[in-house]
Design a protein around this ligand. Structure first.
Ligand code: ZN
Length: 319
């Protein structure tokens, strides 16, 4: 079987095993962290990552796909420490996580120059290490597919065509970014069966989701616990119906959990929980609540579980 790059080196894709398709072992603004490092407690961040990943491991998780890219504070040395100390494999990416902003560095360079940076992460290594990216990441959010977002998508697409690496695209169903994102990949000649449109599970619009599935892409039902976008019972109803309609081989179920995230002051987690904006958001929610609920709905058995949590991530990563 083909090999997959992890932060501990290449492994046979068959070794991935039970895989969470979208989790972050740490998420922080790299510029703020570089300018005010004293505001961050790296040991506390590591402890939180190990606690979250360890809990997932206790539910049987063997590998985690971590799509933390530029602007999310990607740090493959930190990811490798988490993998080494937890015994859970971590699959890293390259790309840019921006809803519009581009630094002058990339604004004044063309698409191919940007793509070359991604290719280097895939073929040579990331951040001066020999740790290689296994996939590409880009994003479109409330602002839609702006000119800068389109530029990143095209660069990601060209790096995918050049290297064969798959793509994960953050999307925002509320403003229907998915179809245009897929269209750009298609225009650039990307193999759409290697594209994953993340966060489709924020929507209850089955026509929208099936429209994407019809293009051959994977869709992420990957924000379980983020009730502010869609509560868990509604997420399960969507997942159940997609499974009933025969889409098991194109679904990713995950939580987009961030073991630590610096977007809000420390007291915010309590406020969000109290307000019902998040509920049991973790790296284990899908095993503790979602899989049992889908079994109750009669749409999840051991085969479907293996399809979603082992075969789909592997097939997306290696084709
Ligand atoms: Zn994410």
């Amino acid at each position: 079987m083909a090999s997959v790059e992890t932060v501990q080196g290449a492994i046979d894709a068959g070794e991935l095993g039970v895989t969470l398709a979208h989790e972050h072992v740490r998420f922080r603004d790299e510029a703020v962290a570089a300018e005010w490092p004293g505001r961050y407690d790296e040991q506390a961040e590591l402890d939180a990552a190990l606690e979250a990943v360890g809990a997932a491991k206790a539910r049987g998780v063997q590998s985690i796909v971590d799509p933390t890219a530029m602007f999310g504070g990607r740090d493959v040395r930190f990811m490798k420490r988490v993998a080494d100390e937890s015994g859970v494999r971590i699959v890293a990416c390259t790309g840019i996580y921006s809803y519009d902003y581009l630094p002058h560095y990339f604004a004044n360079r063309d698409v191919d120059a940007m793509a070359e940076h991604f290719v280097s992460d895939i073929e040579t290594g990331i951040q001066g290490t020999d740790i290689k990216a296994a996939f590409l990441k880009c994003a479109a959010d409330a602002a839609g597919v702006t000119d800068n977002v389109e530029k990143i998508h095209r660069a990601v697409a060209r790096a995918s065509v050049q290297t064969g690496a798959p793509i994960m695209a953050h999307s925002m169903p509320a403003v229907a970014t998915g179809p245009r994102q897929v269209e750009i990949f298609e225009e650039e000649g990307v193999d759409l069966t290697r594209v994953q449109i993340a966060h489709c599970g924020d929507s209850e619009d089955l026509d929208y989701i099936e429209g994407l599935l019809a293009k051959g892409v994977y869709v992420g039902l990957d924000r379980y616990g983020l009730e502010m976008y869609l509560p868990i019972d509604k997420r399960n109803a969507v997942a159940g119906e997609l499974l009933r309609r025969g889409h098991a081989e194109r679904l990713m179920i995950s939580q987009d959990y961030c073991a630590t995230i610096d977007w809000f002051p420390p007291e915010a987690e309590e406020m969000f929980t109290a307000a019902g904006a998040i509920r049991n958001w973790s790296m284990t929610l899908v095993f503790d609540e979602v899989v049992p609920a889908l079994r109750d709905l009669g749409v999840m058995d051991d085969d479907v579980f293996a399809t979603i949590f082992t075969e789909n991530p592997r097939r997306w990563l290696v084709g």
